[in-house]
Design a protein around this ligand. Structure first.
Ligand code: HEM
Ligand code: HEM
Length: 238
């Protein structure tokens, strides 16, 4: 199973299914895009589009945590505090135990990232449709998520070095070092391709129909932010 004594030359096995990999890189790209477009009036529709993509992806990933393949399931990677502490102890000694799926500390960060993705994006949607009352909490949650993303990427770099295994590349190819019995039999390409097509379709449609979809549900303030009249008044709303 989870074995730190795996021979270095042990074969690579398929661990991450295609939907998990498509989800991960779409989430990372959408989060980065939402971050870069935040606070710029002329990029508001793009910001809302990418932010809503973050929301939809996080909700779908939660569902996939119950329906997906072996290592994608929450039941496979969520572990109790004892195992998290033992893992961190090994990490401090420079000898963390090798996990074929997510390690126990990473699993905790993943749940927090998903929770922040949902709440940051939901409060963004509330700011966009209901008004400024939600803006401060939206900004705080978005900042917290940025901090955790930084920690996540640092942890990926550190554990890649300690395990002498490129974990970021594994999130692309789906393959990690492991015993054959620990792998998944199929990558489930079709749902991954459908997810990618749905996201690209949503982006294409929303950006070519700026007054439909998200454009139609924006507050008057956010409409002005789309650049409909070029202004960003902070005086009274209608
Ligand atoms: C997780 C994804 C998201 C991130 C990281 C994010 C990030 C941010 C940040 C940092 C700000 C503060 C900008 C500033 O004024 O300095 C902001 C503002 C805002 N965001 Fe988001 N956001 C996300 C999702 C969304 C979504 C889904 C929507 C709407 C559908 C949205 C709508 C807004 C609005 C209306 C503002 C106020 C803009 C203004 O008046 O300047 N955001 N966002
Ligand atoms: C930019 C925003 C990012 C977010 C929001 C994010 C979020 C996540 C989430 C939710 C997972 C769990 C995947 C799953 O089981 O479905 C994950 C795993 C992972 N992420 Fe990211 N990620 C981001 C950026 C990155 C970057 C830039 C890298 C590359 C250096 C990276 C490398 C990884 C790796 C290697 C894993 C698997 C960890 C393991 O082997 O246990 N992530 N990430």
């Amino acid at each position: 199973m989870n074995d730190s004594t795996l021979p270095r030359g042990a074969g690579k096995v398929l661990v991450w299914d295609v939907p998990v990999r498509v989800f991960h890189w779409l989430l990372a790209g959408s989060f980065a895009g939402a971050w870069l477009t935040a606070g710029h009036e002329r990029w508001m529709l793009l910001h809302a589009t990418l932010g809503c993509t973050v929301l939809a992806l996080a909700v779908l990933r939660v569902a996939w945590g119950f329906l997906g393949t072996r290592h994608a399931r929450f039941a496979a990677f969520l572990r109790g505090p004892g195992e998290i502490v033992r893992y961190l102890g090994g990490l401090v000694r420079g000898k963390p135990r090798h996990y074929v799926g997510h390690n126990p500390a990473g699993a905790l960060a993943i749940v927090a990232l998903l929770a922040l993705a949902v709440t940051a994006a939901a409060t963004g949607l509330a700011t966009y449709t209901l008004g400024e009352a939600y803006e401060d909490v939206h900004e705080v949650l978005a900042n917290l998520m940025l901090g955790l993303v930084g920690l996540h990427v640092a942890a990926v770099v550190v554990s890649s070095r300690l395990h002498r295994e490129n974990l970021a590349a594994a999130m692309v190819t789906g393959r990690k070092r492991g015993a054959r019995a620990d792998g998944i039999p199929r990558g489930l390409r079709l749902p991954g391709v459908l997810l990618l097509a749905a996201v690209l379709g949503f982006w294409g449609w929303q950006l070519t129909h700026p007054s439909g979809g998200l454009g139609a549900i924006a507050t008057a303030e956010a409409h002005r932010d789309h650049g409909d009249d070029g202004g960003h008044g902070d005086d009274g709303d209608d």
